[in-house]
Design a protein around this ligand. Structure first.
Ligand code: DX5
Ligand code: ZN
Length: 216
């Protein structure tokens, strides 16, 4: 069974509490939290005040996806804001190894993400030192985009790299994932699925999460 991490980017921000409670009572494993700075990606989402506000009510671990430049500046603040897993972009780090170490030394799991145009081989050196690889299957910045089919091959490549390096890193896939393609994504080697629009625009989000969870 895959790990399901609904992305609150597609939640109702005018009543975030209701959506967090809905997720608390769902089969979701993690809460995917997309932080965007308007520099690394052409959009601005939300930051610490929102994380702080949901921290006391959310019961699922925070899977924080940083789409920001120089994320090393904020690692400690995300720890304080409740992150269990902190993922940074390969393209956004000047010293990736150091940033990953920094995340782990604070007791969080560390993830590295690559954009659709970034080849998987750049991860070769870092894979033994990360807990998760996040394969972006859309161009980061917005929810509700279409899954880029070439991502399937990249998932398989990352799976091979993980196996070859004897690493226990998980593969998470983010962007355009839903019931229509979850089986394929899992078959290529994904362990965790992010679901934004597929969960929140569905008639019954809890049911959609449960169905995603049961895709084989
Ligand atoms: C995009 C974000 C995603 C987004 C996914 O930059 O990283 O997490 O919320 O949304 P969907 O599932 O709608 O593509
Ligand atoms: Zn994300």
């Amino acid at each position: 069974m895959a790990i399901i991490s609904p992305s609150i980017l597609s939640a109702n921000f005018a009543n975030l509490q209701a959506d967090i409670e809905m997720l608390n009572n769902s089969a979701a494993d993690w809460l995917h939290i997309d932080v965007m700075d308007g520099v690394f990606v052409p959009n601005i989402s939300f930051g610490f005040p929102v994380l702080k506000a949901i921290q006391p009510i959310a019961k699922k671990p925070f899977d924080v996806h940083l789409m920001i430049v120089n994320p090393e500046r904020y690692v400690e603040r995300f720890k304080q804001a409740g992150a269990s897993l902190l993922t940074v972009h390969y393209e956004a780090c000047s010293d990736l190894r150091r940033t990953i170490e920094q995340i782990r030394s604070l007791g969080m799991k560390a993830g590295v993400s690559i954009n659709p145009e970034t080849p998987t081989h750049v991860l070769k050196e870092i894979i033994p030192n990360v807990d998760l690889v996040l394969v972006m299957s859309v161009h980061p910045g917005f929810g509700g985009q279409k899954f880029i089919p070439e991502s399937l091959q990249k998932i398989a490549e990352v799976r091979r790299m993980i196996t070859q390096s004897n690493s226990s890193a998980l593969i998470e896939v983010d962007g355009g994932v839903g019931l229509q393609n979850a089986a394929e994504v899992i078959a290529m080697g994904a362990d965790a699925l992010v679901g934004g629009a597929s969960v929140f625009t569905s008639e019954n989000p809890q049911e959609t999460i449960a169905k995603l969870k049961n895709v084989k």
